[in-house]
Design a protein around this ligand. Structure first.
Ligand code: PGA
Length: 250
């Protein structure tokens, strides 16, 4: 039995049609699973209200966003307001995913503003960190992650620290089928926990990067791995259910 609750978080990225969403939940309901872990899903923002409605009727699944703005409102065409997310009853937001860092050029400073903006509205925040292959091979993994934590989590108020989760996602493992070994992941998770200055023992630290039903068990057995942030394998109800089942028996 783990001391911290296990979280399985599906990051649907820019995937799923309405039809696929309805199929996903029809299958989830048919499988009648009793969830003993926390099961969260972040769909495309457009689909959040639909998921909230389905999640309300099926219970158990919490719904979040994949990104939010650093500002509550204003002239930021195309952005998603953290105030609006909170107003919609959204439970969590992913901030600093490596695709936001690389494709949309979001650096640690702006991510820090986003983290603080989301926390202000009492959204739970999954703050993502992780090194590229080049950084791992040049032995700068810990330096990069230390910087991502120090800058990205600057000035988090003590009374909001319990809303913060961290996801360690080595960039070289995302969507590549190359999962970090449980030893590699645990080493970084322990490092991250050691760097947290508030609520360190209780903070949920997720692993992400090619997590699948057949590799999740060995990851979850590690002391500092409290769940997974899952892309590809969260899109199919059968796989998502399998991940949650594994998380329920650890
Ligand atoms: P993946 O994505 O599981 O498809 O590797 C993980 C993520 O990007 O969060």
């Amino acid at each position: 039995m783990k001391s911290r609750p296990i979280h399985i978080v599906g990051n649907w990225k820019m995937n799923q049609t309405l039809h696929e969403i309805s199929e996903f939940f029809i299958q989830m309901t048919a499988m009648k699973m009793e969830l003993k872990c926390k099961a969260w899903i972040a769909p495309q923002s457009l689909h959040i209200p639909i998921l909230k409605e389905i999640a309300f009727t099926t219970g158990a699944i919490q719904v979040g966003a994949q990104n939010c703005s650093h500002a509550d409102s204003g002239a930021f065409t195309g952005e998603i307001s953290p105030a609006a997310l909170a107003d919609m009853g959204v439970e969590f937001v992913i901030i600093g995913h490596s695709e936001r860092r690389t494709i949309f050029k979001e650096g640690n400073e702006i991510l820090n503003q986003k983290v603080l903006a989301a926390l202000k509205h009492n959204l739970k925040v999954i703050y993502c960190v992780g090194e590229t292959l080049e950084e791992r091979e040049s032995n700068t993994t810990f330096k990069v992650i230390e910087e991502q934590l120090a800058v990205g989590l600057k000035n988090v108020p003590a009374d909001k620290a319990h809303l913060l989760l961290i996801a360690y996602e080595p960039v070289w493992a995302i969507g590549t089928g190359k999962v970090a070994t449980a030893e590699q992941a645990e080493e970084v998770h322990a490092f991250i926990r050691g760097k947290l200055t508030q609520n360190a023992d209780q903070t949920i630290i997720l692993y992400g990067g090619s997590v699948k039903p057949d590799n999740i068990d060995s990851l979850l057995r590690r002391e500092n791995i409290d769940g997974a942030l899952v892309g590809g394998a969260s899109l199919k109800a059968k796989d998502f259910k399998q991940l949650c089942t594994s998380a329920s028996v650890i």
